[in-house]
Ligand binder design. Structure first.
Ligand SMILES: Cc1ncc(COP(=O)(O)O)c(C=O)c1O
Length: 453
């Protein structure tokens, strides 16, 4: 512990109130297992503020901390893939230098398995022959190719809206849309689990920011009450760390009561939820009652980029005020060509969505049978709840070495004592992938006393 004294001047982050934590009993632990290095008790937030006048003051303590925690578990981030993000992947273990082959992949967003489809790759190659690698310009200057123009219209048509705008990423779609519309003196109220790109858009807009309790219409009502002025409420279609969906009808009612506009980020739900794949708003029958629909192409379409769609007036306004779009290079035409093909497949192969939901149900069953806790998820994003912030990397290392690629998530990405593995299910997973993956995870969790059976 003496090593950690040098960090003691750095304030610890406050511990957020959390659901009951299942504490490991000493006799449940394998005595031969190495203990967690003390440095693992610290996290990024300990290196955010520091005393002194030197802008580099935190670099040395951070480096010192990182040199201990990186090999102790943080190395599980940014592991380089040596294959496409399919249902089986080859991944470099940067700790040992080995390539671990044929791992069951629950880490990639490729919810419909589209990124590596032969048709998508052929479209990409064809575009590369015509346009080369990049667009070499902002979309409002020289960066818009005919592919971009056509795709922008196809996105609006698919979502059943008048118009759309395409951004370089989902992140920039949120930042550009929120800060493009809202100003200092306005009010933005977002769900407390809103993605970082929504939060960053709120900060950039300089509007007053408030957060309502996750999925609680009554709290949204309280947060909107008494504010006279422009109001925007922001929710997600599927929450990216919990895999649950919002009660849209209730939230819409509250927005109407207060004259607030409603925006939904369907990053994880567009192209997979709803009878035609438009998203959770379609699935809940309230698509037309939401003012701004936003999403990303990096998840279900397996590509890259983001979009906002809605009325022509909204899109025309955002075209002029979304700085993250027009001060940034347009998406590569090669990417757009792949996306166009993926969107075509989403529409011509609705059975992919059926397969995805069958796979989700099967995985839920496999996890439940093995007593693996998976939160409140009702989607293809399934959190495997570990809650043990100190040991999640140790557990993650065993799961990785035993043949499953899945990402650990801990504070500050989720609350303290809410560590989890985020599992992404794809339509492309076979029964064998699901069974083998669930069994491997359960076997390791059993060792740590996390599985109940
Ligand atoms: C809800 C949500 N919005 C936006 C984004 C950002 O999308 P992208 O990765 O395309 O930038 C993400 C990414 O994880 C997300 O989960």
């Amino acid at each position: 512990m003496s090593d950690m004294n040098k960090y003691s001047s750095i304030p610890r982050a406050t511990t957020e109130a959390s659901a009951p934590v299942r504490r490991l009993e000493v006799d449940e632990l394998d005595a031969s297992r190495p203990t967690v290095p003390a440095a693992m008790e610290y996290d990024y937030t300990n290196f955010y503020f520091g005393a002194g006048d030197d802008a580099f003051a935190l670099l040395a303590p951070f480096d010192d901390w990182w040199s201990q925690v990186q090999p102790a578990g943080y190395y599980l981030y940014e592991l380089p893939l040596h294959s496409a993000p399919g249902t089986r992947v080859d991944v470099k273990d940067t700790k040992t230098g080995e390539i671990r082959r044929n791992l069951v992949n629950f880490a990639s967003y490729n919810y419909l398995g589209l990124s590596y489809r032969p048709e998508v790759k052929a479209a990409i190659k064809e575009a590369a022959d015509i346009y080369g690698g990049g667009s070499s310009g902002s979309p409002i200057l020289s960066g818009t190719t005919e592919l971009h123009r056509a795709f922008t219209e196809e996105v609006a048509a698919f979502k059943g809206k008048e118009a759309s705008l395409v951004f370089p990423t989902g992140y920039s779609a949120n930042v550009g849309t929120i800060a493009g519309l809202m100003r200092s003196g306005d009010l933005i109220v977002a769900d407390q689990f809103a993605h970082a790109s929504i939060v960053d858009g709120m900060i950039l807009s300089k509007a007053k920011s408030r957060f309502f309790r996750h999925n609680r219409a009554d709290d949204l009502d309280r947060k909107l009450a008494g504010f006279a002025g422009k109001k925007l409420v922001i929710v997600e279609g599927v929450y990216s760390m919990d895999g649950d969906v919002p009660p849209l009808a209730e939230l819409i009612e509250v927005c109407k009561k207060h004259g607030a506009r409603l925006m939904i980020d369907e990053a994880h739900s567009a192209f997979v939820f709803g009878p035609s794949g438009k998203g959770v708003a379609e699935a809940q029958g309230v698509d037309e009652e939401i003012d701004i629909h936003l999403g990303t192409f990096s998840k279900s379409l397996g590509g890259q980029g983001g979009y906002v769609t809605g009325s022509r007036k909204l899109i025309n306004y955002l075209r002029g005020f979304s700085r993250s779009r027009f001060f940034s290079c347009a998406l590569s035409p090669v990417v757009v060509a792949g996306l166009r093909k993926s969107l075509e497949l989403v529409q011509s192969e609705p059975h992919l969505r059926d397969k995805l939901w069958r796979n989700v149900a099967r995985m839920q069953q496999l996890l439940a049978e093995r007593g693996v806790p998976f939160g409140e998820s009702t989607s293809q994003v399934i959190p495997i709840m570990i809650r043990d912030d100190a040991r999640i990397f140790m557990i993650g290392e065993e799961i990785f070495r035993d043949g499953v690629f899945i990402n650990p998530v801990r504070y500050p990405a989720v609350g303290k004592h809410k560590s989890r593995f985020r599992m992404s299910i794809s339509a492309a997973h076979t029964d064998q992938d699901l069974e083998e993956g669930a069994e491997t995870i359960a076997r390791v969790l059993r060792k740590y006393g996390i599985c109940q059976s």
